[in-house]
Design a protein around this ligand. Structure first.
Ligand code: NAI
Length: 246
């Protein structure tokens, strides 16, 4: 997997799974832009990558805002001269049962988790299609495939990502751009730390390989799909969930 000198954007890369993806890409020699709504974490995460000998930039971005997305992609292209890899990782949860779910909680989860993939992919593909090369990796979730009580908005947004992935894959395959998704199960991050201990214990019982996954487990799959080695794979979902969903 040699992709030294390529350039990537990782959304939501300030912490958690996105940060692990940014780190693993940098270890492979990829220049990385970390675009996150939290600028301090983005800048700190990017600074930690420069010791690996790659260029890295941390930028503030709200992935649900079309104008911001356009500007950030322009800035990254100016800095790196190209964009080879886009990882659509930024995501949020606003969990509650359907009857209690507020319209704004539905809308914000759909905008940040799903609309963002449309907005960021659109900007990336403008650039990638000119050079006839690109890798887009979208982060879905096991909740898209199994459903999860309390996550009507989240599971719908993550299932939407799967349809979007397949359509963009079909539209731009002829331009040398592959588009795939990774669907993590329960991974130990800030997003799952907030779950009550009882819920976590119940979840663990459903995982054949036992225990929650790590951010590295997810990042390994993403980096493979982001690499030149995955060139004959497109429109697919790789499940990283310890066998929770098969
Ligand atoms: P996290 O909450 O630790 O990190 C999410 C990152 O996204 C944060 O750095 C946050 O600042 C950023 N972000 C939030 N809203 C944003 C916005 N509007 N614009 C730009 N950046 C924004 O979450 P985690 O666990 O690392 O999740 C990463 C991705 O993996 C998400 O898409 C999540 O839905 C997905 N996922 C996570 C699982 C888990 O068990 N942790 C399981 C399945 C999927």
């Amino acid at each position: 997997m040699d992709f030294t000198g390529q350039a990537a954007i990782v959304t939501g890369g300030g912490r958690g799974i996105g940060r692990a993806i940014a780190e693993k890409l940098a270890q492979k020699g990829v220049h990385v832009a970390i675009a996150d709504i939290n600028p301090d974490e983005a800048i700190e995460a990017a600074a930690s990558l420069t010791s690996l000998g790659v260029k890295a930039m941390g930028i503030k971005l709200d992935v649900s805002k079309a104008e911001e997305v356009k500007k950030v992609f322009e800035d990254v292209r100016k800095e790196f001269n190209k964009i080879d890899i886009l990882v659509n990782n930024a995501g949020i949860t606003k969990d509650t049962l359907l009857l209690r779910m507020k319209e704004e909680d539905w809308d914000s989860v759909m905008d940040i988790n799903l609309k963002s993939v449309f907005l960021c992919s659109r900007e990336a593909i403008k650039e990638m299609s000119q050079r006839r090369y690109g890798r887009i990796v979208n982060i879905s979730s096991v909740a898209a495939f199994m459903g999860n009580p309390g996550q009507a908005n989240y599971s719908a947004s993550k299932a939407g990502i799967v349809g979007l992935t397949k359509t963009i894959a079909r539209e731009y395959a002829s331009r040398g751009i592959t588009v795939n998704a990774v669907a993590p199960g329960f991974i130990q991050t800030a997003m799952t730390d907030i779950l009550p201990e009882k819920v976590k214990e119940e979840v663990k019982k459903q995982i054949p390989l036992g225990g929650l996954g790590t951010v590295e487990d997810v990042a390994n799959a993403v980096v493979f799909l982001a690499s030149p080695d995955s060139g004959y794979i497109t429109g697919q979902v790789i499940h990283v969930n310890g066998g929770m969903y098969m």
